[in-house]
Design a protein around this ligand. Sequence first.
Ligand SMILES: NC(=O)C1=CN([C@@H]2O[C@H](COP(=O)(O)OP(=O)(O)OC[C@H]3O[C@@H](n4cnc5c(N)ncnc54)[C@H](OP(=O)(O)O)[C@@H]3O)[C@@H](O)[C@H]2O)C=CC1
Ligand SMILES: O=C(CO)COP(=O)(O)O
Length: 326
Amino acid sequence: MSEQVNFNLEFPAIAQIPTLQKKQLSIAVIGAGAWGSALAFLAAKNGHNVRLWSRSSPEKLEDIIANTDLLISAVSMSGVRSIVTQAQQAISPNTIIVTATKGLDKETTCTPSQIWSAAFPKNPIVILSGPNLSEEIQQGLPAATVVANKDHNVAKTVQSVFNSQQFRVYTNPDPLGVELGGTLKNIMAIAAGTCDGLQLGTNAKAALLTRGLSEIIRVGTNWGAKTETFYGLSGLGDLLATCNSHLSRNYQVGYNLAQGKTLSEILTQLKGTAEGINTTKVLIQRSHQLQISVPISYQVYRLLQSEITPQEAVEALMLRDTAPEY
Ligand SMILES: NC(=O)C1=CN([C@@H]2O[C@H](COP(=O)(O)OP(=O)(O)OC[C@H]3O[C@@H](n4cnc5c(N)ncnc54)[C@H](OP(=O)(O)O)[C@@H]3O)[C@@H](O)[C@H]2O)C=CC1
Ligand SMILES: O=C(CO)COP(=O)(O)O
């Protein structure tokens, strides 16, 4: 399916917001899942010429992405490499590539933008990430996000594509930090869902999220990201949104594990992708190689592997050696 995005069909609340007058850009959104559809709608609502492509589209991907001003990739991590390969000959060097995927590559541990920039070294690559549960955006509720590139003007171009009365967009010069904040919080969302499913209380949840943020910062700064980025919308902001909402697929995975369901039962019923499952495996591999301490992620990993029960994961975290906070 490739289509000009229709304002009235799925997003009635957004359709009431007046369209802003801006330079009309040609935009291809790759991936017509929950997030790709929402991003396509937001860009179309701002008056841009948007084409939304999925694997079931009759058109070839190459035809959709040739000569676009912006290519927005909103596919799951498992689809990034195949889309990059298919796009190889078709993207013009002037096209800005925006990646909205929150995951890590299982072969290389690379982030999505690292895969895109290795294949398209001449193209500007922008990360779009923030506390953006797509269902709330579909309902027309207000949200904020971050677009990141070291070149402020490139980030500003993408900011103007999406910024609206409903969707407030900030620029940020630390693309790696923005990308890792959105990616690593999915592991903590599985942990938070488990915590709530076990009814461990508000104190436990606050401790989990705070120590979870420390763990994300430890991994992220080791990777080369800036500490302050993780205190912004794409870090702490997305951690709070995802770890406190039943709309989050990752949170639902943890919550249902705490109810005694198996991972395969949960995945059969889950609507959409829970990237945190793959991200946890990749992070454990990377942190083992680099000797980075990730105690919460490690217990999530063992839980997902069915090596321990949710209660045993809590005990393992509480019985760790005592330590200073910093
Ligand atoms: N939903 C949300 O609230 C948000 C999601 N995200 C991130 O966006 C990404 C997509 O999430 P979401 O849209 O919710 O997921 P969905 O499960 O709704 O959709 C998955 C998307 O990935 C594509 N895809 C999956 N496997 C492949 C493959 N092998 N090759 C090509 N494409 C593939 C699908 O393509 P097709 O359309 O062709 O079927 C579809 O567009 C994830 O990384 C997620 O973390 C980020 C912010 C918010
Ligand atoms: O990234 C998200 C919100 O910012 C969506 O979270 P889930 O993928 O867990 O649904």
